[in-house]
Design a protein around this ligand. Sequence first.
Ligand code: FES
Ligand code: MG
Length: 591
Amino acid sequence: MSDNKRRMLRSRAWFDNPDNPAMTALYLERYLNFGLTREELQSGKPIIGIAQTGSDLSPCNRHHLELAKRVRDGIREAGGIAFEFPVHPIQETGKRPTATLDRNLAYLGLVELLYGYPIDGVVLTIGCDKTTPACLMAAATVNIPAIALSVGPMLNGWYKGQRTGSGTIVWKAREMLAAGEIDVGGFADLVASSAPSVGYCNTMGTATTMNSLAEALGMQLPGAAAIPAPYRERGQMSYLTGKRIVDMVHEDLKPSDIMTRQAFENAIVVNSAIGGSTNAPIHLNAIARHLGVPLDNDDWQEIGHHVPLLVNMQPAGEYLGEDYHHAGGVPAVIAELMKAGMLPHADAITANGKPIGENCEGAENLDTKVIRPVADPLMRDAGFVNLKGNLFDSAIMKTSVITPEFRARYLENPDDPNAFEGRAVVFEGPEDYHDRIEDPALAIDESSMLFIRGTGPIGYPGGAEVVNMQPPAALIKRGITALPCIGDGRQSGTSGSPSILNAAPEAAAGGGLALLRTGDRVRIDLNKGMANVLIGDAELAERRKALEAAGGFAYAPNQTPWQEIQRALVDQFDKGMVLKPAVNYRDVGNS
Ligand code: FES
Ligand code: MG
């Protein structure tokens, strides 16, 4: 590209600003001190940020410290200059009280870095659950050229010849421990076997979901999501990603050009086909809000519910990350959808500058046991249902993990198909659940529904992954491993529980769940998309008055300044759990 065709790069305002030579000298001086030359900083080479989410605090993303070297090689090869900098770490399994609390903190920090420093484009190093949405949300707000790079899943876990998947094995091991099939030592061995290498969860948990959706949205190079972290292709993809972002800067290909409404519709369809996590609607709705793209949980049901489950990965199926990659990853899933005419927008543009349909057309499905064709799916109508009623305005149910036993017990009543009623047992957060679940006075049996509240974005700051509640040990011993579970918290994407969750508004924000009492009858109707407590409006109004007189729904005090700030500003799960004032800022990197 000739120099006069080059766009004015935003980094020139720092390093080559003829209107303010004194400031230019000041900016240059300190960035030269580690050995960069004026020639490098003033010759119109794009400055490419590498937003580094890996660190010793975040083992899932730690391998990005190594991969960034190949990203730098690619940037340099394409004529850019790499500036690597840290993103606030978010480790799903390490952060208390919950990692989600930090999604918006990492978002805020990254927006500030991308806005405030001389960066022309950015490589977003994504991976562990919340790191992906935090990075994409920031890219949405700043809207400078951006490309995402997954760190990749861990290798498959194995124990005595069986695949053991991240998280999913923990839920299984808990059941085995409760049933007396293993002891505490066996529990630890079983769980450790699922984490054999660097990388993120090898199941279709929130990490594989969000990394796959980052590719389906068009924000990664084709095939970038599924490569396991230790594979050589992961380093090669890192190099190619570094090379590509430099061209994206020259082409001025921005997040708002890629993450359009069409791209979100594609991602919703892919989410159903992969059996994606119930955290996906929270995060995609958030990214969309930061771009000003309309998207809500009704869209998830309308666009996604009829789509079949194709990917046979735990927790909905059998296989793990290496198998998903060997079968062809996201391009093979999209190719199967396209063959059946189920990809809504093949013309949506992606990070490589080409339409997603062109990228994926003919991508070979190399293992139809792992990625099933649309004609032979694991399940039909595998997307989310969005439930409403007097308990909440919106709550999501992941139908792809409904087991045959659960279906037979609750959904196959010939007089009332896809509907069930039960007696509510209400817990005030995870501690209360653990204290009382075995209490015989609660009289929990198969006609009970377990409720948990005080676990949403405000109640348990950030929202706790606790709605998938295990039944009491006595029920598990009788073979009842899942009761209907409902709550204003979330659940891990690695859980195979068909919970009704992410309820909004949460109890702490005045939602109907705050009025529920143990012993109330509740009716769920999946056909009608309804969830209601079967008591009259007058009684509900009485209860609300009593709650307000008692000072409203109580929750634990703030432990840190950020908890207080987030609680004051955060929106509900169905609205993406964004910081409300943040959605007023768009395109800030171009102002
Ligand atoms: Fe990090 Fe699952 S804990 S990806
Ligand atoms: Mg998780």
